[in-house]
Design a protein around this ligand. Sequence first.
Ligand code: KIV
Length: 272
Amino acid sequence: MSTQVQITRVTTAKIRDMKKKGEKITMLTAYDYPTAVAMDSAGVDIFLVGDSLGMVVLGYDSTLPVTMEDMLHHTKAVCRGTQRAMVIGDMPFMSYQTSVAEGVRNAGRFLQEAGAQAVKLEGGREVAEVTSRIAAAGIPVMAHIGLTPQSVHQLGGYKVQGKGDKAAQRLLEDAKILEEAGAFSIVLECVPKGLAKEITAALEIPTIGIGAGVDCDGQVLVVHDMLGLFERFTPKFVKQYARINDHIREAVEKYCAEVKSGTFPDDAHSFM
Ligand code: KIV
């Protein structure tokens, strides 16, 4: 007799409840099936199929070239490898900025075609209307303020945001507006830790920090950064928990050497 273990999916209700109970929320980016399988068994609460895939997987210089088709392709793979974590599809540049209707339609594609449970989009008060319309369509929305990489050219680079009283006040207001618009949680990227603490205390929805200090309700990192799989640059807020690229290089060098010397394949890896 086989006993099947029932795995319960992390929901928006669970995420909200974790904030109430003071239980920290873990989130990592994911872009493919094998990484999703490994990370799901490690107990990560939320997988973000981030548009950062443009940089760390597809090799672009920014997230701007990433398309809806790229995002859906990778979100489908992550969903196939995930049973427990909530999967969030990141809405790419120009998929929600041109009109509210287009934003709602594209958000729906993440759930209908790819199997995600929620979407994320970047921006403050200027995306409040599209946030509220997507949420009204029954699609949970994670907001994202502070450093919003899709606006890198407007921001003048990848810099800490919310420095100074006026900028801090504006970010706090944006967070409250997005909560009011129906976002179920909000990413705070590259903001001073004191401000992140203040925003976290002011909101009922959970904050997920990246470069925003320890007082957020949860943390997110780009998985390629924390595993040492992306070497072009490492932001200050990234802690490397492994150096996987070193292992890849070592294994591949060994394979090349064994093929060249004729020691691979040996009899154990051949058919007799
Ligand atoms: O695209 C992404 O990976 C993100 C996270 C950095 C929050 O937006």
